[in-house]
Design a protein around this ligand. Structure first.
Ligand code: SF4
Ligand code: SF4
Length: 441
């Protein structure tokens, strides 16, 4: 049988063996936690606490300030020390709530339910919204918005993104191996919102143990199927995942819901279950701390708000001086220059590598080999787009469908001339999006 996949893509070294067999470990936070008010797409949350206030674990400290926004919760009990700008993984300074941890972990009472079946659609959505859940795969799009399409009856597939195609990342793998029931229950909560939809657990075929486990656990679930996908980067990218599982294509002008699909990643679905069943807000996530520069790579259950430096410390520190530190995966993550940044709802990994494959080579002239074109899953022309971007020709950039680029990094990865294609294209896209926003489009 032909394998489920998409056109283009690459096969980078996956590095997963460093942390794949490391069970999820809990680590406790230190004295100070930082909660940026923007850890989601949309308007920043508004603080509802002030300096000096005592807070409990699970207490809302910042409230969504619009429909596309998200609530933020304290993950410890303690005192609000400050509300001030703090650096985040992107390098930006973001207004943040700083909480001094009192080490007592006193919690609010959660509104758990015994039987999810008794909840109506509105109640399920409300619980997800109140819990401050956002796309935890990196996008940070508020989940209650994603789960409120204009025409819910047209949703035919709820796809669980279990691909985890980024090299080195193993947090989803560990979730699937250790708490698959939570993932499945999260998907079932989502299916309650869409009467006509089927659930798909979409897993790359380099995780046969997960596929087997999920198939066994869902064999009596008529609305859920497990689909094995060809292992190829970026299989977990939303458009590529939708195409591989349903053969439906979308572009940047259409949402997955326009093609009858809703996609959520593993951690997000687990958070949905925790919110709907246990009434718990989003306070933790699984983070892979890995790379050949890390002494003891590990998967951790992390309190949101902890510093990245605490995660590295927990993993035994650096084995050797890293050449590159990345928040997220090596293909789409953010290069870090400072570990004094907080973990947020979207932080999937902390990666420290001894070799920086990108900056150790000087780019040379294009040799017109066409490899970038062949690798591009967005079916655009990376070389031509990068040239437009370099010359500031944004009009031509748009004509060449530059906005269809998903910033996956495949073109830069394959380019023998080591041209920084993705970075250049990404900058042009950022300017165009900012211009559109300014023009109110
Ligand atoms: S142009 Fe964009 S979508 Fe195409 S390979 Fe490069 S980064 Fe990926
Ligand atoms: S891969 Fe690099 S060298 Fe080859 S065509 Fe693209 S930009 Fe030019």
């Amino acid at each position: 049988m032909a394998k489920l996949t998409f056109t283009g893509g690459i096969h980078p070294y996956d590095g997963k063996k460093l942390s794949k067999d490391k069970p999820i470990m809990d680590i406790m936070p230190g004295e100070k936690l930082i909660y940026p008010l923007s850890q989601h797409i949309g308007a920043p949350a508004t603080p509802i606490v002030a300096k000096g206030d005592r807070v409990l674990r699970g207490q809302m400290i910042a409230e969504a300030s619009g429909f596309v926004s998200s609530n933020i919760f304290s993950t410890v009990s303690g005192t609000v020390q400050a509300i001030e700008p703090h650096r985040v993984v992107t390098g930006d300074m973001i207004n943040s709530i700083v909480i001094a941890n009192d080490g007592l972990y006193e919690e609010v009472e959660y509104d758990a339910v015994n039987d999810i079946g008794l909840l109506g659609k509105e109640q399920i959505l409300e619980r997800i919204k109140n819990a401050g859940i956002v796309g935890m795969g990196g996008a940070g799009f508020p989940t209650h918005v994603k789960l409120s399409p204009k025409e819910p009856d047209k949703i035919e597939y709820c796809i669980a993104n279990c691909a985890e195609c980024e090299p080195y990342l193993t947090s989803d793998y560990r979730r699937m191996m250790e708490t698959p029931e939570m993932l499945i229950e999260g998907l079932k909560c989502e299916l309650k919102l869409f009467d006509k939809a089927m659930g798909i657990l979409a897993v790359e075929d380099n995780k046969p143990d997960c596929i087997e486990k999920l198939r066994a656990l869902t064999k009596d679930e008529p609305r859920i199927m497990v689909k094995a996908l060809k292992t190829k980067y970026p299989q977990g990218s939303e458009r590529q995942l939708i195409y591989a599982t349903t053969k439906r294509a979308i572009d940047s002008s259409r949402l997955p819901a326009d093609a009858g699909c809703i996609v959520n990643n593993v951690d997000t679905l687990c958070a949905i279950y925790n919110a709907v069943k246990n009434g718990k807000p989003l306070m933790e996530r699984i983070v892979t701390v890995t790379g050949d520069a890390v002494r003891s790579p590990q998967n951790y259950r992390v309190y949101i708000g902890m510093s990245y430096s605490e995660l590295i410390e927990a993993a035994g520190g650096f084995r050797t001086e890293p050449a590159k530190i990345v928040s997220g995966g090596p293909m789409m993550g953010f290069a870090l220059f400072d570990l004094d940044v907080p973990t947020t709802k979207t932080a999937s990994a902390l990666l420290a590598l001894t070799k920086d494959e990108v900056s150790r080579y000087e780019p040379t002239a294009c040799i017109n080999c066409g490899m970038c074109l062949e690798a591009c899953p967005g079916r655009v022309m990376p070389k031509a787009l990068a040239e437009c971007a370099e010359h500031g020709d944004l009009e031509r950039f748009e004509e060449l469908n530059g906005m269809e680029c998903c910033e996956c990094g495949c073109c830069s990865f394959v380019c023998p001339a080591k041209r920084q294609l993705t970075q250049t294209i990404k900058s042009a896209r950022k300017i165009i999006l900012a211009n559109r926003k300014k023009a109110g489009k």
